[in-house]
Design a protein around this ligand. Structure first.
Ligand SMILES: Nc1nc2c([nH]c(=O)n2[C@H]2C[C@H](O)[C@@H](COP(=O)(O)OP(=O)(O)OP(=O)(O)O)O2)c(=O)[nH]1
Ligand SMILES: [Mg+2]
Length: 320
């Protein structure tokens, strides 16, 4: 889509910026240091620059990466879009993940560059708008939610198979279990996931102290309760509307699920958002968001094109 950068949004001029999360060996990501004296100078950034009038974001990305790093983009996909107002400037950071490139990446303009492990990104100082980009770069594109109606044993066996297949983010959902059984299951699941995948638990917030290594997935109702963010694991939330996405952003959660995109057997009563509305909601959302509801891994590219982090799924993601 041709851009009209800077584009007029009401009275504010929004500078459209194409930026890249470039993946290299061992999943390392390339970051560069912004020259002192430029806007946000001295801070680390994901390389990129302004989209010129009439230019597509993809062309701008390719041009900027050639100019700044001397590389040719061979494959890229949308990762996240962030609209941010600095006191002196408003930007739309249109971030793409570059999965393949040719050439040796180096600071063409003399800027320092570094290949860093995704886990190390939070240790670098980036501009204020970048936190959701860092989260998006660390998170996978699939989010497995465990199916209900299984015994704890069957859940653990399925989880072990899913991990063997490379699943890296799992929500332990077992609404049929009593509290004590769920907590016992959570302890065992955490052992299985250790060093291989992030496990997101559900339940009352005061349980969190019992599971310091776990992430927490809030219900939409919990988003409306007072919340104290603890350091450590991921914090996520289930959202179904613009209002819930806003509450999630205000609560400082790291990522969300947005559902239901399509109606499903697991939630037959909930009216589906449909793709059009889901995409519109994602446009206004600056957090990494997994689309959920009747979607399988085959819907991944459609979800990415709609602006999502990826796809979350229950049955379609559960190993046979
Ligand atoms: N490239 C990049 N820009 C970012 C990031 N985070 C962030 O807030 N920005 C802001 C800083 C700038 O105001 C704007 C990007 O502009 P830029 O200075 O890179 O643009 P450019 O490469 O076209 O530079 P120039 O030729 O205009 O000097 O977006 C980021 O991670 N990467
Ligand atoms: Mg630049």
């Amino acid at each position: 889509m041709p851009s009209t950068a800077p584009e007029a949004a009401g009275m504010t001029l929004v500078v459209h910026v194409a930026a890249a999360v470039i993946r290299g060996e061992q999943q390392r990501i390339l970051i560069a240091r912004r020259p002192v004296g430029k806007h946000q100078g001295g801070l680390w950034e994901f390389p990129g620059g302004k989209v010129e009038p009439g230019e597509s974001v993809e062309s701008a990305l390719a041009r900027e990466l050639l100019e700044e790093l001397g590389i040719t983009v061979e494959a890229a996909r949308p990762l996240i879009k962030i609209r941010h107002d600095y006191p002196d400037k408003s930007v739309l950071l249109d971030v793409w993940e570059v999965t393949r490139f040719a050439g040796h990446a180096h600071g063409v303009e003399g800027q320092p560059v570094a290949w860093v492990m995704p886990e190390a990104l939070p240790g670098y100082r980036f501009p204020e708008a970048n936190l959701p980009i860092i989260n998006a770069a660390r998170l996978p594109d699939r989010y497995l939610i465990t199916p209900e109606g299984l015994t704890p044993q069957a859940l653990l066996e399925g989880l072990a198979r899913a991990l063997a297949q490379g699943v890296r983010l799992v929500q332990l959902r077992a609404p049929g279990l009593d509290e004590a059984s769920y907590r016992e299951l959570a302890r065992q699941a955490l052992v299985l996931c250790q060093g291989r995948a992030w496990l997101m638990l559900k339940g009352p917030l005061h349980w969190q102290d019992e599971f310091p290594e776990a992430g927490w997935h809030l219900t939409a109702r919990q988003l409306r309760e007072p919340l104290q963010r603890r350091p450590g694991g991921w914090l996520a939330a289930s959202c179904h509307s613009e209002e819930e996405l806003r509450l999630a952003a205000e609560a400082g959660v790291d990522f969300v699920t947005l559902s239901p995109v399509q109606s499903t057997a697991s939630h037959p009563g909930s009216p589906a958002l449909g793709w059009e509305q889901a995409s519109a909601l994602l446009q206004g959302c600056r957090l990494p968001a997994y689309l959920l509801g009747g979607l399988g891994p085959q819907m991944l590219s459609r979800a990415l094109a709609a602006g999502a982090q990826g796809v979350a799924g229950i049955r379609s993601f559960w190993p046979a």
